[in-house]
Design a protein around this ligand. Sequence first.
Ligand code: TEU
Length: 561
Amino acid sequence: MSIFHTSTPSVLKTWWKESVIYQIYPRSFNDSDGDGVGDLRGIIQKLDYLKDLGVDIVWLSPIYKSPNDDNGYDISDYYDIMPEFGTMADFDELLEGLHSRGMRLLMDLVVNHTSDEHEWFKASKSATDNPYRDYYVWKKPVNGGPPNNWRSFFSGSAWELDETTGEYYLHLFAKKQPDLNWENPKVREEVYKLMRFWLDKGIDGFRMDVIPFISKDLTYPDADFERHGHGEIYANGPRVHEFLREMHEEVLRHYDIVTVGEGVGISAEQANDYVGSDRKELHMIFHFDHMGLGYGPGGRMDPADWRIEDFTTVFSKWDRALGDRGWNNLYLGNHDFPRMVSRFGNDEKYWQASAKLLATLLLTQRGTPTIYQGDEIGMTNSPFKQIADFRDIETLNAYKEVIEAEGDVAQFIERAAEAGRDNARTPIQWNAEPHGGFTEGTPWIDVTPNFGQINVANQENDPDSILNFYRKALNYRKEQETLVYGDTEYLNHSQPELYDFIRVGGTGKFRVMLNLSSSELQMPDIEEDWEWVAPLSNYAQVPLRSPMRPWEVRVLRKAIL
Ligand code: TEU
């Protein structure tokens, strides 16, 4: 391992800091057999596409056996592949195909909960004295009702009464996703065993689903839940660091891999407890501070105002909090959020410029960027119009609640169309053929109607396309250690839409100026000796001091002697 020199203490160099991650949501990526569902062979067909894009690590959302109540985040067998996605032989071929092209594979590790169709749960619920009973969190009724007022992320109580044994089990997500009991050492051993199974096959790491939830404090008084909402109460339980250190000791330290925790409920102040290089826990987490913008106390269906400076200060705050001790993971959307260009950019008049700007935001800050599938061609939200257009359990359950409460259905659909998770789950738009070339059958969820204009084939040969911008930008980032490891200095302006920072270290210095608005902005005073970085430009070059055009990216460079 070598060292990168900056003005502050030096940073250790490693492959996962220099990598770019690309997330595949397999159900929606590419269907090879015409059943309308994406699959492993579909991904194998696109490996050269990923390589050409410049991807280093593929993170695969869950592909294990699952009844698909939550699209694979409800696992019924950790050692088998979901038949809709293919077979273990397909998986082995995919892994080999990635490795032979110099790419790596990150698997999704979903071990806060299993499916209720997992053998452990079936045994667990069969009797209170079954040896698997303590694999899950069971509690006796309190005053004839659930043990506390915790709510599921997917509506209703987080406790479900099991009629057979007369006790409640905990499910922070769907009823079909019972929470594992990490207090039980046997559960932890099972988890370490399944992790070794996949690591011994040669995978290169894990993305860990809701990892701060594995240790829970069930003694919180109900009033605290009302006050703080679920994220905070479920996360960072009393034994979480002990469990992660045990996992590190038992499993992680024995492999050259990368770990990325889903950091829901982790604040900037707490982050280095998980990822500090001295901690022996995880390499990175991805936080939710910018993802929560625009969501009120009632969650994503409860709109709230936000300002552009709320967005930019999240990045500076996290960069400072992690410092040289931890490492960041950068993302602007994934399978749980609307499309980034629709949410943070402008998906109409400035669609192309703003998609390129958001790409630059990801690729020029300190941290490992994670690109969500389809963002490299600027895929947008979908114009969902009625409940039949949606597939996501979160939306469908919330809809039932609105109906039961005789709420405003039209308003609900409008909000779900804007904020719902299905926006990110529509099929990848490969070309202008029916269903965007995703499938020869009927897709499990409709393709977004703009696939005729927004698709990979259209962008392949257009040098100014979003796709080719990503290719150039990813390539450029690989050649510039300063963009990977350099320190960041943030510059404040009276125009909050101008996000302006400097990356410095090694032999270079970059100034990154981003106009996060659909209006022109004045350029601040700037020395003339900056060089324009052409691969990271989204407009034709103009004199350096001329105004910033809507959603313009101006990345400038200087050598340090
Ligand atoms: O997500 C956990 C999570 O807290 C959210 O992003 C969640 O989707 C959202 O808050 C609901 O409003 C992870 C997975 O990424 C998600 O797809 C799963 O549904 C969830 O865990 C359960 O496994």
